[in-house]
Design a protein around this ligand. Structure first.
Ligand code: AMP
Length: 112
């Protein structure tokens, strides 16, 4: 059963894609929590941080390089925050690991 995000990868669901390569996709969140809110995902279906395997280390590193590249592309010179929610208490709602990239306003700490 493909995840919601795999359907976006396969263009079965529309999304505003800002970056794509062989391993990763970045697209704008449908319910933005900041002026810029992008999700960076691997094309490989990994449900959550808990489901990472040792062999995924390079892929996860690549996702953060994508974050860096997207931040540069979108000119987020004032800074940004990355968030990975995991599990119920972490607030994860889509079981396909994703990095939230939030920017465009001062972000408060601690998060809610
Ligand atoms: P999380 O709650 O960390 O699992 O994040 C899932 C994110 O996916 C939420 O911020 C949603 O707004 C976002 N989302 C859900 N459906 C879509 C969609 N079709 N296109 C873009 N973003 C989506």
């Amino acid at each position: 059963m493909p995840t919601l995000f795999t359907k976006i990868i396969n263009r079965e669901i529309p999304a505003e894609i800002v970056y794509e390569d062989d391993l990763a996709l970045a697209f704008r969140d449908i319910s933005p929590q900041a002026p810029t809110h992008v999700l960076v995902i691997p094309k490989k279906e990994i449900a959550s941080l808990d489901d990472l395997e040792d062999g995924d280390a390079e892929l996860i590193g690549h996702l953060f390089l994508v974050v860096r590249n997207v931040a540069s592309q979108l000119e987020l010179a004032d800074g940004y925050r990355t968030v990975i929610n995991c599990g119920r208490d972490g607030g994860q709602t889509v079981d396909h690991i994703h990095i939230h990239l939030l920017a465009g306003r001062p972000l408060t700490w601690p998060p809610g």
